[in-house]
Design a protein around this ligand. Sequence first.
Ligand code: SER
Length: 572
Amino acid sequence: MTITHLELRKKFIQFFEEHQHKLVSSASLLPKDDPSVLLTSAGMQQFKPYFVGAKDPMKDFGSINLVNIQKCFRTADIDTIGDDTHLTFFEMLGHFSFGGYFKKEALELGWEFLTSPSWLGIDKSRIYASYYNGDRKGTMPDNESKAILETLDGLVKIVPQGAKDNFWGPTGNEGPCGPNAEFYIDGVEAWNAVFNEFYCNQDGSLTPLSTKGVDMGSGFERVLVAVNSLNNLFETDIFTLLMDKLGSLPAHSQRIVADHIRGVVFLLADHVLPSNKEEGYILRRILRRVLLHIQGRGVLLEDLIDTVIDIFKSVYPDLVKEQKFIKQIAREEADKFSRTIDAGEKELDKILTTGVTSVSGTEAFKLFASYGLPIDFIKEKVNVDEEEFEKEFSHHQEVSRAGVENKFGGHGLAAGAVVSEEDKAKITRLHTATHLLHEALRKFLGDQVHQGGSDINPERARFDFSFPRKLTPEEIKQIEDEVNQLIQAGFVVDKQTLPFNQAVMTGALAFFKEKYPDMVDVYTITSNDGKVISRELCGGPHIKFSSELGHFRIIKEESSSSGVRRIKAVLE
Ligand code: SER
């Protein structure tokens, strides 16, 4: 049986309406009155005030049980796009209760909807469930959910999991939270029922909520994959028309463009404008990535936008109203972007006026590395020795990785070891935090602080630096506070690839004993009010936004060797 995206929407809403839920329409991607997040990233976000008792659902909706399908955007997943199960822009199926039903009803409803032949009829043997094991301080294992899951007919596998997976907290720093139980279909998390019984405070402590609530979120596209037994999100009918337009692109580019262009359209429809800050920067980044991937492939930006709107217009009629605006802003931004790569084009033209009909891979790589000229762009104008280009490209990556390894003593990623996506994300976050720590140390202890080795694993960052004595508890606190203040005030991380001399001229911190490659990456961390916080020569990878970091804590300060101190720190 095939279920279209329209049918799935209908079924989900109908099922919960039949069970006394009131339908609420999707909120904007730009959250109103919620400074803790840049963009709406979960269906529950618009309902936060109801979970904490600040607003009355009866008064506003005439019901304490609600159902919705919410537009969401998750920046945390940008780097995973291209795999089978992640999207930046996606929709979330949600059902909620504010003091109505709780664990038993929520889990039973979920199981019925997913497996009953009258609803989705997913084979029970494809599903397993998880519940919370109680490993977070101040909480207990969720044995109640476990017992309920054990009563579900045909559910054979139930696993306990830690807070990382099964204690859902706010994406910002504070808000309603609690243990959650999940259904995984074919090993992919597809249904997440959160039982909000606490308020999570800024410092991580928990206050019990006076009314317990249910917040179930389920990835709409993932369910569409599961119910139709497809291989990945891009095979679902909500992507078909779009994928059809992208046939001329390499497979990986197709997925990136298909994901990002949806985000572009929906962000613009909610009047996010491209900029260098916050959500505007997110939009700019994904739009530019679309442009780079479609460059020279005979795919038109406007055509992609129209296609997304065609797919979604019956669900989100506002898209049609905004169509002209969306295309206009996207076009302006595309033109602006092409001006920024203009300089590179001029360089290329200089080469071309000499009458050459082909350029070497090395030359092409220089244009790419210094000006950001996409290879496809160069190829349109002149023949390129692509094999040599690829060689240069991977050589550059190896050399800059080697540079990082020397400098940082290696972190799992640079060393090229195989790591899970999750560990990669943790290492990346700690890596950015390390740059902030470096700045904070220099600020409070003076420029005599020079970085020695550093080592980062998913658990913690270790950072050695020159300094003659033990730090006082006050100094440690000051440094910790400074890092957290930088995180909270907000920043973006930007990467530029520059010739070494030029990079040093930008004032980037470098390690002059090192031998650097000709082209180096410079990572600049800029606060939201435009101040440069840190600039270092570095091989990356780094996060993009401060909101991804969390809370920074120094867990140890000790001597490493004579005149060298060692700090170990974590993000929580
Ligand atoms: N808030 C939970 C999530 O985003 C469930 O809706 O997964």
